[in-house]
Design a protein around this ligand. Structure first.
Ligand SMILES: [Fe+2]
Length: 217
C-alpha cells in the first residue's frame, strides 16, 4: 500500500519543480539540489483499480468455533511440507482492513481434520496495514462425504463488525507435496475455483511461500 506521505511528497516535489521552472523563466534562478532532487526519489503512483470481491465457498462440515489465536499452526506433532501464506485484506477500492479476522482450518498431511481438538486450526487479526501471515503445512487431498477434495484451506474473513466471508484457498501444481499432482486434483474437485488459487512465491526444498489478498465488502 502506498503511504499517503508519499503522495504528499510527490505533490510537494511537483510544486517545487513548478516554482523552480517559474523562477528560471523570470529571474534565471539556478536550479539547486533542493529543487531537482525530490521528483527523482518517488516512484510513479500506481492507481488503484477496483477489485473484485473474493468469491465465497461453502463452509463444509469441519468448522469448529473458538479456535486458538495464533499465526503458527505447526505445533508439536504436526509434520508435512511447510507453507508460509501471506497477504492483505482490503476493500474493493484498495483500502486495507486493519483488524480483520482470519480464521483458518485445514486437513493435515494425511487428509484428516482434527474434529475433537484444534490441530491445524487458528485465528488471527490483520495488522494496521491489513496484512496477515499464516505458518502451516500443505494439506493433502481427501475423499469426503460430499466428494473428492483437492488440497485446500478453509477460512473465514471478516472486518470488525462486518459481513462474514466464508471461502477456501487452493494451490497451483507447482506445489509438490506428498507426491500429489495438484493440477490434476484441482480439475476433478467439484468446488475448485481458479480465482482462489494462492500465488506461489518461492520453493525452498520442501517448504513453500505463497500469497493471497482478500477483497471484502
Ligand atoms: Fe475441507
Amino acid at each position: 500500500m502506498r503511504n499517503p506521505t508519499t503522495r504528499r511528497g510527490l505533490f510537494a516535489a511537483g510544486a517545487t519543480l513548478a516554482v523552480a521552472g517559474a523562477g528560471l523563466a523570470i529571474a534565471h534562478r539556478p536550479a539547486t539540489e533542493s529543487t531537482i532532487e525530490p521528483a527523482a526519489h518517488y516512484a510513479p503512483l500506481t492507481p488503484c483499480t477496483t477489485k473484485k470481491i473474493t468469491p465465497e465457498q461453502m463452509e463444509g462440515p469441519f468448522y469448529r468455533p473458538s479456535s486458538p489465536q495464533r499465526i503458527d499452526l505447526v505445533e508439536s506433532g504436526i509434520s508435512g511440507a511447510l507453507l508460509t501464506l501471506t497477504g492483505q485484506v482490503m476493500t474493493k477500492d484498495c483500502r486495507p482492513v486493519p483488524g480483520a479476522l482470519l480464521d483458518f482450518w485445514q486437513a493435515d498431511r494425511h487428509g484428516d481434520y482434527d474434529n475433537g481438538g484444534y490441530r491445524l486450526r487458528g485465528h488471527q487479526f490483520a495488522d494496521v496495514d491489513g496484512c496477515y501471515r499464516l505458518q502451516t503445512i500443505v494439506p493433502r487431498s481427501y475423499d469426503g462425504t460430499g466428494g473428492f477434495r483437492t488440497p485446500h484451506i478453509h477460512l473465514h474473513v471478516q472486518r470488525p463488525g462486518g459481513k462474514l466471508l466464508v471461502t477456501q484457498l487452493y494451490f497451483p501444481g507447482a506445489i509438490k507435496a506428498y507426491g500429489m499432482d495438484i493440477d490434476g486434483t484441482n480439475k476433478v474437485d467439484f468446488l475448485f475455483d481458479p480465482e482462489l488459487l494462492v500465488q506461489l512465491k518461492a520453493v525452498e526444498g520442501n517448504s513453500f511461500r505463497a500469497c493471497f489478498d482478500f477483497v471484502i465488502e
